[in-house]
Design a protein around this ligand. Sequence first.
Ligand SMILES: C[S@@+](CC[C@H](N)C(=O)[O-])C[C@H]1O[C@@H](n2cnc3c(N)ncnc32)[C@H](O)[C@@H]1O
Length: 119
Amino acid sequence: MKSVQTIEEIFDSNAAKFGNRVRKYKGTSASFFSEYKGEEQFNFIYVDGSHCADDVVCDAINAWRLLSRGGVIIFDDYIWEFYPKTRDNPVTAINAFLYMKKGEYEILDVYEQLCLKKS
Ligand SMILES: C[S@@+](CC[C@H](N)C(=O)[O-])C[C@H]1O[C@@H](n2cnc3c(N)ncnc32)[C@H](O)[C@@H]1O
């Protein structure tokens, strides 16, 4: 009988074909950003973890720090509505972030995702 794979086993199997181009971190995004000591900047970041506005705004600010100039960041679920209060959903955090960083990005695309290029 075939055994059921865990989510992590499926991830590992999907990532294996990319060899050492993929590094796996286990934990929350907050723990990643506080523990990550790498000097490198990233040219692409996809934000799609917690959908709670408090977490999304932290992820946005932390990710922005690690995004290289000319790099692209995508926020998933820009118009996702789950929490009854609009201010608890990602849209509030992402709009606040857009306001904070006005003049520092170009909007490449917007619909269910918001895609920015860092100036
Ligand atoms: C909407 S899913 C998207 C997963 C993946 N991007 C995909 O498209 O398959 C969100 C994932 O973020 C994880 N997550 C929730 N809160 C998180 C947090 N604070 N830090 C990191 N990941 C979180 C959830 O467990 C879930 O696996």
